[in-house]
Write a protein that binds this ligand. Structure first.
Ligand SMILES: Nc1nc2c(c(=O)[nH]1)N[C@H]1C(S)=C(S)[C@@H](COP(=O)(O)OP(=O)(O)OC[C@H]3O[C@@H](n4cnc5c(=O)[nH]c(N)nc54)[C@H](O)[C@@H]3O)O[C@H]1N2
Ligand SMILES: Nc1nc2c(c(=O)[nH]1)N[C@H]1C(S)=C(S)[C@@H](COP(=O)(O)OP(=O)(O)OC[C@H]3O[C@@H](n4cnc5c(=O)[nH]c(N)nc54)[C@H](O)[C@@H]3O)O[C@H]1N2
Ligand code: SF4
Ligand SMILES: [Mo]
Length: 732
């Protein structure tokens, strides 16, 4: 049993010497020392913790002035933030002050989705939930309850539900996000790129971004390192149908036809191989099946790729040569949100292979070897083993899935097959915006006997709940420790900075109380979270007392690159980098990626694309008063000449109508040359419809609402969402 899920199934690189007592703890952050000195005099208090406005978990220092939360900044000791937070992190204090916060547990009155509630006590809410769970268990087995949980905060609820006996625990970060990438890299190198990604952007001399819109995607370390690389004169190649922030820093900008990336990557590899520009020593030492691979891509010339991609053959050749010139310090970024067109695992595999040709895996300026600290789990009884197994992927229909598939659980909830699912818990995930086709989500919810949502605000999903449990925000609670695989190993503590303003409770308390009501006391041998954290930290040679002061402890540095002694291991079946994949061939898939043209939309329609804005996280920050003020609504990017044809100019409002007749809320047009004419683009997370989100209600449009269609990746069950088309409808 592991109780440190962030380490399971990923390579755990043992750092020599990071046994008890060997971890290095810096005395104190410089900023903290100053603050400690001033405490009392000016009524200032500083508390190190880590951010939760997104899943990057940057180390931070919060300042309380005269008993009130004042500001939050980066913790200079933290290797993720290096002392600087992104704009969302800085605005994170707004989460505490948000007037749209849930204040007390709520139970549904009237039909599901009507958003009529009665306030109840925690004891009433948890007693009701526990008795419903026992009833479902008695009728259908414990597997009949599923948990959707996104992020570190869900650790203890996962623990309670595993102890209850369900194996059906999932997050949208696999099948709706990075799943295809992780599977594609795993099939090729035998390892994943992880989160935070093991990309050595800082040292890259050539950085290739295929849709990875760093600068809008604000994952802190990546953006800071991107800025460093640009400052150091790295050659940047950006491939995106939209002129992104990253594109504005690029030496080469390739405005590709949406969905044609695999054709471009195959053509790049064709150039590297036919011109003999790839890293022959590296491929010879570490590669498997190179000859068969080379034969497969022989026909994928730049001339072949041109009509598919819209990128001139001369540009394809020139950019391939640019990559070769800087290898192995050429990093083709693996991306993160990879669920685009349905061939995503194969596209990700092609990205992995391109990196392999450039010799960048395990090399400086490519992909480093990450390490993590050993922080032993708190000893606990083993979880019961389910006789039925997981519900999401019957018969391993998606043979290469390596995590539980959210949409597989949704499907089982609708069909009752392979067995019925009657209860859902959702922790820190808004499935109405995260999963494609909200109609299917609603259909599944209608089949449930119990839907419990744990959130800080009343999301769209909370609107459909039977019981809503209000959580304390990250600034008001302890959480599980953050131990990650990264370039520098570390352990970080989240601790309360201020008290929760109303009757909100932290997840560890909620999960523990629920376990008590379910008779699962044996799984909570610790009396409270402080005892739990201290025991884990003590076992690692640290203590809660020290971490409360510093927020973070660093492990010993480990070699990052093959040339420095990092072990060149490839845990694939052949123990090599699989240019040709016998695993894929045996399962009936292309052993070398093949391009298939994505389906086009009907005449006069535009492909709907979406992405991030620097000041918002998904659909979770629109009611945060600080971040709301910076960007209250989204816009739809429409190509300037297309807009002209429709008589539209920037600031006009339109509605988007998709291929299935779904019509969006009115949204402002941004008429711009910075996007191709065959697509439109908007920032994800707006167009809220939950009445509980008063500040954000009906502002902007929701991409999720328009994503009624999706293509399922046959290898691993990911749901590709860039397959919807819209027309522009005048706003009356
Ligand atoms: N159409 C469309 N769908 C997408 C995407 C897209 O761009 N477009 N992106 C995909 C990607 S990349 C991902 S990773 C997923 C993300 O999908 P989700 O993980 O579902 O992300 P959010 O939609 O932000 O939902 C997070 C929920 O957590 C709540 N929350 C915030 N803080 C806390 C807290 O401290 N405690 C608790 N209990 N709850 C909290 C928020 O209020 C919000 O309701 O969505 C995927 N789905
Ligand atoms: N500010 C902020 N930052 C975030 C998040 C957030 O919510 N807010 N969420 C985080 C999470 S969980 C994730 S997964 C990442 C997601 O961020 P990324 O992985 O960087 O990007 P995507 O969301 O996949 O893609 C969006 C970009 O791809 C382009 N694009 C669309 N279609 C195509 C295509 O066919 N080909 C190519 N080449 N490009 C295309 C779009 O124009 C856009 O620029 O962001 C992370 N960072
Ligand atoms: S990237 Fe920004 S929002 Fe995410 S954890 Fe770091 S500071 Fe917070
Ligand atoms: Mo994501």
């Amino acid at each position: 049993m592991t109780f440190a899920p962030s380490l399971s199934r990923r390579r755990f690189l043992k750092v020599s010497g990071v046994a008890a007592g060997a971890a290095t703890v810096a005395a104190s952050a410089p900023g903290l020392l100053r603050a400690a000195a001033s405490e009392g005099e000016k009524g200032l208090r500083q508390v190190p913790t880590f951010c939760d406005i997104c899943f990057w978990k940057c180390g931070a220092i919060a300042t309380v002035r005269d008993g009130k939360l004042w500001k939050i900044e980066g913790n200079p000791l933290d290797p993720l933030s290096e002392g600087r937070l992104c704009p969302r992190g800085t605005g994170g204090v707004g989460a505490h002050f948000d007037s749209d916060r849930l204040r007390t547990p709520l139970m549904r009155q009237g039909p599901r989705g009507e958003e009529k509630w009665v306030a109840v006590t925690w004891d009433e809410a948890l007693t009701f939930i526990a008795s419903k769970m026992q009833k479902i268990k008695a009728e259908h087995g414990p597997e009949s309850i599923a948990l959707f949980s996104h992020g570190l905060g869900g650790t203890f609820l996962k623990h309670t539900l595993k102890a209850f006996g369900t194996p059906n625990i999932t997050a949208p970060s696999f099948a709706q996000c990075r799943g295809p990438r992780d599977v594609g890299f795993n099939l090729t190198f035998g390892e994943e790129v992880g989160s935070p990604e093991r990309t050595d952007i800082r040292n890259a001399q050539c950085l290739v971004l295929i849709g990875s819109h760093l600068g809008e995607n604000m994952h802190n370390t990546q953006v800071q390192e991107f800025a460093e690389a640009v400052g150091a004169g790295a050659s940047i190649i950006v491939v995106d149908p939209r002129f992104s922030v990253a594109a504005s820093k690029a030496k080469f900008y390739l405005p590709i036809k949406p969905g044609a990336d695999l054709a471009l990557i195959l053509a790049w590899m064709n150039v590297l191989v036919t011109e003999g520009l790839y890293d022959k020593d590296y491929v010879q030492r570490f590669g498997f099946g190179f000859e068969a691979f080379a034969a497969e891509i022989a026909a994928s010339t730049p001339e072949w790729a041109y009509p598919e991609t819209g990128i001139e053959p001369s540009v394809i050749r020139e950019t391939a040569r640019e990559m070769a010139r800087h290898r192995p310090a050429t990093l083709v970024h693996p991306g993160r949100h990879a669920t685009w067109y349905g061939d995503d695992t194969q596209r990700s595999r092609a990205i992995a292979l391109l990196n392999a040709l450039l010799g960048s895996w395990g090399r400086k300026g490519g992909f480093y070897a990450p390490s993590s600290m050993e922080v032993p789990a708190y000893p606990c009884p083993p979880y019961p083993v389910s006789a039925l197994g997981k519900v999401d992927n019957p018969g391993r229909r998606y043979p290469f899935a390596i995590e539980t598939i959210t949409t597989g659980i949704r499907e089982a909830t609708i069909t009752g097959k392979p067995y019925p699912v009657k209860g859902w818990f959702a922790y820190a995930t808004n499935l109405m915006q995260a999963l494609p086709n909200e109609g299917e989500t609603i259909k599944a919810i209608q089949n449930l006997d119990l839907l419990v949502v744990v959130d800080v605000i009343g999301s769209e999903l909370a609107g459909w709940a039977d019981v809503i449990l209000p959580e304390a925000t990250y600034l008001e609670r302890y959480d599980e420790l953050n131990v990650e695989l990264f370039r520098q190993s570390f352990v970080a503590l989240r601790q309360p900075v201020v008290e929760a303003p109303n009757d909100q409770k932290p997840n560890w308390w909620i999960a523990r109380e629920l376990a008590m009501k379910l008779g699962l006391e044996a799984y909570y041998p610790w009396k409270d979270i402080e005892e739990y954290l201290d025991r884990r930290l003590t076992a690692a040679g640290l203590s809660l007392q020290t971490l409360k002061k510093t927020g973070i402890a660093l492990g010993r540095p480990a070699p990052l690159y093959f040339e420095d002694g990092a072990e060149a291991v490839f845990p694939t079946p052949s123990r090599k980098i699989e240019f040709y994949s016998p695993q894929l061939q045996a399962a009936g898939f292309d052993p070398v990626p093949k391009y298939r043209r994505p389906k086009a939309g009907s005449a006069g329609s535009f492909r709907l694309l979406f992405g991030r804005a620097p000041v918002h996280s998904f659909g979770r920050t629109q009611t945060n008063p600080i971040l709301h003020d910076m960007m209250p609504e989204n816009e739809v990017w429409v190509n300037l000449s297309v807009a002209g044809r429709y008589g539209l100019k920037s600031g006009d409002r339109v509605r988007l109508k998709n291929q299935d007749g779904v019509v969006s809320l009115p949204v402002k047009v941004r008429a711009t040359e910075a996007i191709r004419g065959d697509c439109v683009y908007m920032v994800h997370g707006f167009g809220h419809t939950s009445q509980m989100l008063r500040r954000a209600l009906h502002l902007g449009a929701s991409d999720a609402q328009l994503v009624t269609r999706y293509e399922t990746d046959a290898l691993m069950g990911g749901t590709a969402m860039n397959v919807n088309f819209v027309t522009l409808e005048a706003e009356a």
